[in-house]
Write a protein that binds this ligand. Sequence first.
Ligand code: SAM
Length: 237
Amino acid sequence: MSHDDHVVHDTDFERVRQNLDGLYGTVAALQNAEIASRIVGTRVLDVGAGAGKLARDLSDQGFQVTAIDIDPRAVAFAREVTGVEVLPRSVYETGFPDRSFDAVVFRESVFHLDFERVLVEVERICGRQVVIFESNSPNPLLRLGRKLIGHEEHDERPPEYYAGALAAHGYVVTGPTYLDACLIPLSGGLLTRPLPLAERASGFLLRLDAAVTGVAARAGLDRTLCWRYLLSGVKAR
Ligand SMILES: C[S@@+](CC[C@H](N)C(=O)[O-])C[C@H]1O[C@@H](n2cnc3c(N)ncnc32)[C@H](O)[C@@H]1O
């Protein structure tokens, strides 16, 4: 699963393809719309782009997106599935000129990385905005699910860790905003099989998720119940 400082999962790409075509594809598009709504500026770096769905959705909305991924299999898969040209580069040494980007987005990739080390390169190539969309590890059901399927991360931290690291580097942090109280386990997320009948009940499940996520937020239970969160750090140049 890991080589040197890069952590790459043994991905079932056929499962990813099916899930992106199904309910999870709709969920991911909604998540990507939330991410897009937070981005300041137009030049975006998508770090750990995987299948390229975020890069595709942001490009379709008019952002100038550059996508990188350390895994050559993801590069080939993205070209085939989303038509996105992902560059085979590591975020630790991107090779991009100083101040190339307005925003650097980590969509489910920070757990793969040493975030303090990442920030050194991010300060050089951007220094304006960091957006993190990630699994909400304080959710005990999420932790249990990961244990059951044997899913391990390189450096899994709670949202407060990333918010604190960004604040310590001078970013003004917004969030975390918690999302997806039900849809990740039901849709299978990116990597696992959806629950039987979930695809057929997708309209109902999308409405259910919106309602449960709203109630959880109002009850102050979103940090415990939601499966994903979004946070953004911005600083003046
Ligand atoms: C869980 S996948 C997320 C893929 C996609 N962003 C999504 O949300 O579906 C994490 C990705 O980070 C990539 N990754 C891991 N270490 C990296 C590094 N040092 N530089 C760039 N990408 C990296 C992995 O290869 C993998 O494709």
